[in-house]
Design a protein. Structure first.
Length: 182
C-alpha cells in the first residue's frame, strides 16, 4: 500500500497524477533481484499486475481514509530483492516482454531479504504431517477398536435360524404361503 505522495515524479503512469494521500498507487509493481537489472524473462523477476491487486479502504485517523491496494503473496526464491514501479512499453500479445520493453523506477526503502521459499517448505511439512496423522488413524481403526462379533450372539433376529420344513405342519405351511403372497 503506497500512498501517491510516496510515488516519485518520474513515475508518470498509473493513477498517481497528483501527490496526495487520498489515493494509493494501483499499477504494476515488480520485485527483481538486487544483483541484476529487472528482466521479465529472468527467474528472479516477480510481477503484480493491476488486475491482481485488491483495493481496500484504509483508515489512518478518525477523519482520514484512502483507497489502498493489496497485492497477493508470491512464492519468491531466497535472495535479496528490490521493489520497483514498472511500466510495460509495448503490448505483448504472447509471451513475456524483454528487459528493453519495460521501464522501472526503484521504490526507495523497499528492499527485501527472503531466507525461505515463502510457504512452499511449510506446506510440504504440513502435507507430511497429514500423512502421518492419516496413518495413525488407520492403525487405530485396524488394531485398537474392538469390533462387535454378531456371529455368536443369541436371540438376535438377524441370526435366527429358519424353521426346519419337516417340523412345520401342513396347516402352518398354508399360512406361511399366504403371508408370502401378500
Amino acid at each position: 500500500m503506497l500512498p501517491c505522495s510516496m510515488v516519485p515524479a518520474s513515475v508518470t503512469w498509473g493513477n498517481c497524477h497528483t501527490n496526495n494521500d487520498s489515493m494509493a498507487y494501483a499499477d504494476r509493481i515488480v520485485i527483481c533481484a538486487s544483483s541484476q537489472r529487472c528482466n521479465p524473462r529472468s527467474s528472479t523477476y516477480y510481477s503484480w499486475s493491476p488486475n491482481e491487486a485488491h483495493p481496500q479502504i484504509v483508515t489512518h485517523d478518525v477523519n482520514s481514509s484512502f483507497i489502498a491496494t493489496n497485492y497477493d503473496f508470491k512464492n519468491i526464491r531466497p535472495g535479496r530483492y528490490q521493489a520497483y514501479y514498472a511500466l510495460y512499453n509495448t503490448t505483448i500479445e504472447e509471451g513475456t516482454p524483454a528487459a528493453e520493453d519495460i521501464i522501472t523506477v526503484q521504490i526507495d526503502g523497499f528492499a527485501f531479504q527472503f531466507e525461505t521459499m515463502g510457504g512452499a517448505i511449510e506446506m510440504f511439512a504440513y502435507a507430511i504431517a497429514m500423512f502421518v496423522v492419516i496413518g495413525v488413524f488407520a492403525l487405530i481403526a485396524i488394531f485398537y477398536y474392538q469390533y462387535a462379533d454378531f456371529d455368536h450372539e443369541e436371540g438376535s433376529t438377524a441370526t435366527a435360524k429358519a424353521p426346519n420344513s419337516s417340523a412345520v405342519s401342513p396347516a402352518d405351511k398354508d399360512e406361511l404361503l399366504v403371508e408370502k403372497k401378500i
